[in-house]
Design a protein around this ligand. Sequence first.
Ligand code: NAG
Ligand code: NAG
Ligand code: NAG
Ligand code: NAG
Ligand code: NAG
Ligand code: NAG
Ligand code: NAG
Length: 430
Amino acid sequence: MKQFILFICLLVVFPCSITARDPTQRALMKHLAQAANKRGLISNETFISTMFQTFRSHHPRRYRALDNETERYQIFQNRLKAAIESTIETNLTFTYGLNKYSDWPPHELQVLRGTRPPPPTTETHYVTMTFSRTKQTKSSNKKQRKEPSQSSTTTPATLTSTTSATFTTTTPATDVYTVPDTFDYTTRVSALNTNVSIIRPIRDQGYCGSCYAFAIITLFEAQYAFHYGQAANMSDQQIIDCSTGDYGCRGGYFDKSFAYVQGYNWYLNSALKYPYRANASTCAAKTTDGWSVGNSVYRHITPKNVTDMQEALVTYSPLWISLYVGSDCSGSAKSSCPVDPTVASKIMAKFQGYTSGVFKIDGCITSASNNNHAMVIVGYGHDLELGLDYWKLRNSWGPEWGEDGYVRIQRGVNMCNVESDAFFIAKPAP
Ligand SMILES: *[C@@H]1O[C@H](CO)[C@@H](O)[C@H](O)[C@H]1NC(C)=O
Ligand SMILES: *[C@@H]1O[C@H](CO)[C@@H](O)[C@H](O)[C@H]1NC(C)=O
Ligand SMILES: *[C@@H]1O[C@H](CO)[C@@H](O)[C@H](O)[C@H]1NC(C)=O
Ligand SMILES: *[C@@H]1O[C@H](CO)[C@@H](O)[C@H](O)[C@H]1NC(C)=O
Ligand SMILES: *[C@@H]1O[C@H](CO)[C@@H](O)[C@H](O)[C@H]1NC(C)=O
Ligand SMILES: *[C@@H]1O[C@H](CO)[C@@H](O)[C@H](O)[C@H]1NC(C)=O
Ligand SMILES: *[C@@H]1O[C@H](CO)[C@@H](O)[C@H](O)[C@H]1NC(C)=O
């Protein structure tokens, strides 16, 4: 009997739980479903204030100094209005709504945008994927991961090629390599131990610009699952505290974090022993309490080569990418705004509130030096309903954000620079 009831509940609840894991958003969806005049709610002060109380009950404010409740309420009100609009509009490719960020002013959201433009002197290690290609049938989803040849184990510091680092060419160049139509690391397990997922549960970077650290740790954890068949919960905090080329909670770079791990003999601490604190402090890494990920190399994919990105993903590892997710261009930041300031704030609000669908927004393309957020591409596919190709990306804003912590972004058009700055780890076989 119990099972029967549960089954009924699941059937009823399922459509809702897909769109909203965040409790405030769920409450909003429930109100909207019952409202005769949805748009009328936008100007209903009683409703807005009720929703704010709901929001507060789920996100009790850890108010920082000089906080202003009136300002928070106004911000929440605007985001609530946008969330209602999002459900009324019928031609959107993605929806956005309420979440824990719904009362954060732009300058706080800016803190979450934590990568930095490439330093001018940094070598880019761009590669074209001329590594081993094998004939594949188009629908094959069983592509085995390849290891680069030993000759390609040069560390990035000595890799000078900018256009064509050869991995292995064991098959004739004429062979056609076809990637599967869809691919998703989140549903995959280690070939060495089917109990071990390649991708660990979604994390939350909190109020700290540490996306770059979460992204690279995701890649190392995946490597560990591939090569050792073990689930390793590795320390994001170690990167934040110890990678001196990065900026702690104020952003960082793939190559600097990678260089740190290499310099620490590839040793990453356990996240349980070196837990996340969302705050940078003195390095406390130990050469015990963790795992050695072993010698690794990385590659930086030539910008905008979508096929290369798909091949690298399927063949080697999830991809660390940076992109532009809007920015706070108010005040003095206006003159240096990478896009039109109103567009910048629109992108910022919609990306922050993203709840589902394929993210696609006008006016987003900027120069790669304006990329300001790092995430991990874990898969790709095609949304039949929307008729859009997409990348699936793992964010570090908690599991309530987006589609269970993930976001799908339009693929093939360099949407928000998502195809401009992709790195992957190509680790030789142990
Ligand atoms: C405004 O919202 C409140 C609370 O949701 C509701 O009880 C009331 O009927 C609404 N008023 C109007 C005019 O729709
Ligand atoms: C709080 O913000 C509101 C709206 O921006 C402003 O009018 C008010 O003066 C602020 N109060 C304080 C104490 O800063
Ligand atoms: C949806 O349609 C409305 C009205 O035609 C238009 O103003 C709006 O820009 C469209 N939105 C998108 C995302 O295309
Ligand atoms: C992407 O790189 C491959 C080689 O890996 C090359 O054959 C192809 O022409 C490139 N595509 C674009 C759009 O540059
Ligand atoms: C996988 O999990 C099952 C059930 O917990 C266990 O019996 C089995 O030994 C595990 N396999 C490996 C390789 O750890
Ligand atoms: C991984 O480590 C974090 C601490 O950073 C901890 O909160 C989390 O529960 C750990 N996850 C697992 C599955 O052990
Ligand atoms: C973060 O670290 C700084 C400097 O180490 C310290 O002053 C601050 O209190 C810390 N904040 C939190 C929330 O731990």
